[in-house]
Design a protein around this ligand. Structure first.
Ligand SMILES: Cc1ncc(COP(=O)(O)O)c(C=O)c1O
Length: 370
């Protein structure tokens, strides 16, 4: 039987789809140390440099009481402590919502939310480029789902006109900053459509929370429509430099998720020390980052993106792999993004900025492969 799997792996190798885990020696806020080289990391989600930062880690450990490294249980059993509730209160306060729920990761959040919000007889409308965790959640749902062409609001409305009447509850789900393309959803139009067709709007701000907006809440803050989105999802593993995720929204939806989202119910909660670190970063470090974040976004804009994620479309798989090698030889680290993560023929380099990377460094990297 192993032969079948072996053949599948050989096939992946032939199509340059094979993935392996790289052996990094070390990393910090800007560089990655790999194969004896010090490389500028253009593949990081550590947008503000809070992860892999020795001084920040030491400062946190100096100022915080002792929290343990294991929670030993799901939160509905005995895996919760005041610090979890304090972080949820903090998020409610920041977003001006009356409910918040922590998840172990963005993957857990999206799987739990999308699998539970639509039950039999319900429907989900999802952007075609939404993250795998949203797709997996919809696949686990007993409801039906439709995927509309990326950011195409006319196509979504046509779908709503045709299908909304056939279902009881309806959910529209989209990322705000798309993880692979770096473009931003038309959130105002999504709000208009969700109101017109009586749907719940779920917005995944994984790459925008901690980056967009004066208070770093995400794109909804910059548009001043945080109150119009039913559920906002954010992750702590990217800009916050920690681990975990959250959903904020109306307390009815949050109570519903607490009772129905299986990825929340049946998984041991994150260690208290990680929850405390997340809360400490949000309270103590995030508030002073506005100017740096604006600068990072303006560098992304100059490179033609809506955000700090700059896609460089190469086309073929092999060409994308070769482009990474060119960058590697010139002191940059990035990985090729290939199907099924992105559509066939659009293999690319996904260059992600951090507040440490300069305009000159980015432009130089792009000119090497374009
Ligand atoms: C849009 C989006 N949502 C969710 C996730 C998953 O988040 P996590 O890494 O916390 O599981 C990712 C991860 O890359 C993402 O890009």
């Amino acid at each position: 039987m192993l032969e079948t799997y072996q053949n599948i792996l050989e096939n992946l190798k032939e199509q340059t789809h094979f993935r392996d885990i790289k052996d990094f020696a070390a990393k910090d806020e800007k560089y990655i140390y790999y194969n004896g080289k010090k490389l500028i990391n253009l593949s990081s989600n550590n947008y503000l440099g809070f992860a892999d930062n020795k001084e920040i880690t030491e400062e946190f450990l100096r100022h915080c009481d002792v929290y343990s490294f294991g929670s030993a249980s799901a939160r509905l059993l005995t895996g919760t402590l005041p610090v979890y509730n304090e972080l949820e209160f903090l998020l409610c306060d920041m977003f001006k919502k009356n409910g918040a729920l922590l998840f172990n990761s963005g993957y857990h959040a999206n799987v739990g939310i999308n699998s539970s919000l639509a039950e039999r007889g319900d429907v989900i409308f999802s952007d075609k480029l939404n993250h795998a965790s949203i797709i997996d959640g919809m696949r686990l749902s007993e409801g039906k789902f439709f995927r509309y062409p990326h950011n195409n609001m006319d196509a979504l409305e046509k779908l709503l006109i045709r299908e909304r009447k056939n279902f009881k509850n309806a959910v529209i789900v989209s990322e705000s900053v798309f993880s692979m393309d770096g473009d931003v959803a038309d959130i105002e139009k999504l709000v208009e459509l969700k109101e017109k067709y009586n749907c719940i709007l779920v917005l995944d701000e994984a790459h925008a929370f901690g980056v967009f907006g004066k208070k770093a809440l995400g794109v909804t803050e910059t548009l001043d429509i945080t109150d119009k989105v039913d559920l906002i999802v954010g992750t702590f593993g990217k800009a916050i430099g920690s681990v975990g995720a959250f959903a904020v929204g109306n307390e009815i939806l949050i109570d519903y998720l607490t009772n129905k989202a299986r990825s929340f119910i049946f998984s041991t909660s994150l260690p208290p020390i990680n929850i405390a670190f997340t809360k400490w970063i949000i309270e103590n470090k995030l508030p002073t980052t506005f100017e740096k974040r604006q600068k990072m976004l303006s560098i992304g804009k100059q490179a033609g993106s809506d955000s700090h994620i700059v896609p460089v479309i190469i086309g073929g798989n092999k060409e994308a792999v070769d482009s990474c090698e060119i960058l590697f030889q010139n002191g940059y680290f990035t990985l090729p993004i290939r199907p099924p993560t992105v559509p066939e023929g659009t293999s690319r380099l996904r260059l992600s900025l951090t507040t440490e990377i300069t305009e000159k460094e980015l432009n130089n990297a792009i000119s090497l492969v374009k």
